[in-house]
Design a protein around this ligand. Structure first.
Ligand SMILES: [Zn+2]
Length: 244
């Protein structure tokens, strides 16, 4: 029975290492996925901003073209003005020129405002592009490091699996399936020590004194009446004293 408890404890140690390795594998893989998602999100936002910038540029060229056309109109009107002799016609063309000048001044102001906004926007986009580049570099480094670590962990997991099979051989089927059930129910801890004050190392409740005495003898496989985990009393020190 002592050997069986020992085998169960060894099996549990293998499971503990397996759970730890699996957790690390999951967490580093998820981290890479997170950075990847963040980079993709930033890339989408940047594409959106580039589209807006293009739109603004189109608007800018349109206004500039209108401005040019209106300036031509003013030139033509001025040429006409020199040929006019009737005061009424002269005044009408002069009003037209005045109107065009005012509207051109307004357009110029709008264009200047837009150029300022576009410059600021371009600077912000350039800044974000730099950030995206950094993120891509970080992603590549993280991906490479993670791939290496995942390989190590996979090798470790394979070793643990073969260790597991080896320890399983020493454990009778029904005990093994009970171990598995408890191990899964308690997320890894299925075999726990009872301390010298008689409390269960899993649920920390007090084990009945008669059970504690049975555990000291190490002749049977017992479980905690409250949490059902396999329990044992660590008598290594007493063993050492006896052997020495
Ligand atoms: Zn317990």
């Amino acid at each position: 029975m002592k050997a069986l408890i020992l085998a169960l404890r060894e099996l549990q140690e293998v499971d503990r290492q397996r759970i730890e390795a699996e957790r690390e594998r999951r967490s580093i893989t998820e981290r890479v996925e997170q950075i990847q998602q963040m980079a993709a999100e930033l890339q989408r936002e940047l594409a959106d901003k580039h589209e807006k910038l293009k739109e603004a540029e189109r608007w800018y060229h349109e206004r500039e073209r209108e401005l040019k056309e209106d300036n031509e109109k003013i030139k033509r009107a001025q040429a006409r003005l020199n040929q006019l002799t009737k005061a009424k016609e002269y005044a009408a063309v002069q009003r037209e020129i005045e109107f065009l000048r005012r509207s051109n001044a307004q357009k110029e102001e709008e264009i200047l405002k837009l150029l300022t906004v576009m410059d600021e926007f371009k600077a912000a986009v350039a800044e974000e592009e730099k950030k995206l580049d950094e993120m891509h570099r970080e992603l590549e480094a993280e991906r490479a490091a993670t791939a290496l670590r995942v390989q190590e962990l996979d090798e470790r997991l394979a070793r643990l699996e073969s260790d597991h099979r080896e320890f399983e051989r020493d454990i009778p089927g029904p005990v093994l399936s009970r171990y598995r059930r408890i191990q899964q129910a308690w997320q890894g801890t299925a075999v726990v020590p009872v301390n010298s004050r008689g409390s269960c190392g899993g649920c920390h409740r007090q084990i009945p004194p008669q059970m504690y005495n049975i555990l000291l003898k190490q002749n049977s496989l017992e479980s905690c009446p409250y949490c059902n985990r396999f329990v044992f009393v660590d008598v290594t020190e007493q063993d050492n004293a006896a052997n020495g």
